[in-house]
Write a protein that binds this ligand. Structure first.
Ligand SMILES: C[S@@+](CC[C@H](N)C(=O)[O-])C[C@H]1O[C@@H](n2cnc3c(N)ncnc32)[C@H](O)[C@@H]1O
Length: 256
């Protein structure tokens, strides 16, 4: 299931902003080792390096396309192709950072305690995940795929909400102080079919990859029509797309 860096970067400002806001909530400390899990094209890894220029930083991603792009755009930094699910560092990590990636992984009840266990004594885990499953962006393709007209190996199984309730994350990263919040961004997108273009760069990628050409066209036509109804353009070539995200920053509990 390859990633397309160009499609993903079409909305680079909207996709990067939550990562910048996540980074701004990482407390002031001096991490020596940092990993960016699911670093993609490395834009945020670069910001980690700008904030902590002396730290040993590595960007990890399972997509060779994304890592090739990161390597091309940031040749002075360290990149590695690896699956977060099985990645093991050789030493404890001071900052584990992950923006818009962990919602692709299963079993958060095991994943989050494991990531917490990778931290050094005063380490910090900072995570942001899209949390828009109840909205038409995600509901519409799920309803379209649920109409009974698709191949048996229904790609609807690929559209899965893996997020748990926020309180569960607070429990899974114990013992730690936890900052948990949810933000809805009212994204102003321009051009034709902006919502379709947004989801095809992220959540719908596995579904599109599983459909043949004819089904992909039919799926695209049905979704685009419904997206236009759910998110009508404002009349000035802009469409407002509300999009919610969950943020988790867990760090060592301060003494006392
Ligand atoms: C939406 S992009 C986010 C990229 C970057 N963090 C950013 O905010 O710009 C999600 C990234 O997660 C990566 N990814 C998804 N599942 C992964 C896994 N199991 N292990 C490593 N990377 C994964 C994808 O290859 C993709 O580059």
């Amino acid at each position: 299931m390859p990633w397309d860096p160009d499609q993903y970067l079409k909305f680079v400002d909207h996709r990067t902003r939550p990562g910048i806001e996540l980074l701004s909530r990482v407390p002031d400390f001096e991490p020596h080792t940092i990993v960016d899990l699911g670093c993609g094209t490395g834009n945020l890894t670069r910001l980690l390096q700008e904030r902590w220029p002396d730290a040993d930083i590595v960007g990890i991603d399972s997509s060779t396309e994304m890592i090739d792009r990161a390597q091309r755009d940031h040749p002075d930094m360290r990149w590695s192709v690896a699956d977060v699910a099985s990645w093991e560092p050789s030493e404890p990590i001071d900052l584990v950072f992950s923006n818009a990636t962990l919602h692709w992984l299963d079993d958060h009840d095991q994943l989050f305690p494991r990531l917490r266990s990778l931290l050094s004594t005063n380490g910090v885990l900072a995570v942001q995940m899209p949390d828009n499953w109840a909205a038409p962006t995600h509901r519409i393709p799920a309803e379209v795929l649920g109409d009974g007209t698709w191949p048996d190996a229904a790609p609807s199984a690929l559209l899965r909400d893996r997020l748990a309730r926020p309180a569960e994350y607070a429990r899974w990263v114990q013992p730690a102080d936890v900052d948990l919040w949810r933000t809805t961004y009212f994204q102003r997108l321009s051009g034709d079919d902006p919502v379709w273009n947004w989801v095809t760069g992220s959540v719908l990628r596995p579904v599109l990859a599983a459909l043949d050409d004819a089904d992909r066209r039919r799926f695209s036509d049905l979704c685009r029509e419904r997206y236009l109804e759910a998110y009508p353009p404002d009349g000035d070539d802009f469409t407002t797309l509300p999009f919610s995200r969950l943020f988790i920053v867990a760090g060592a509990r301060p003494p006392g």
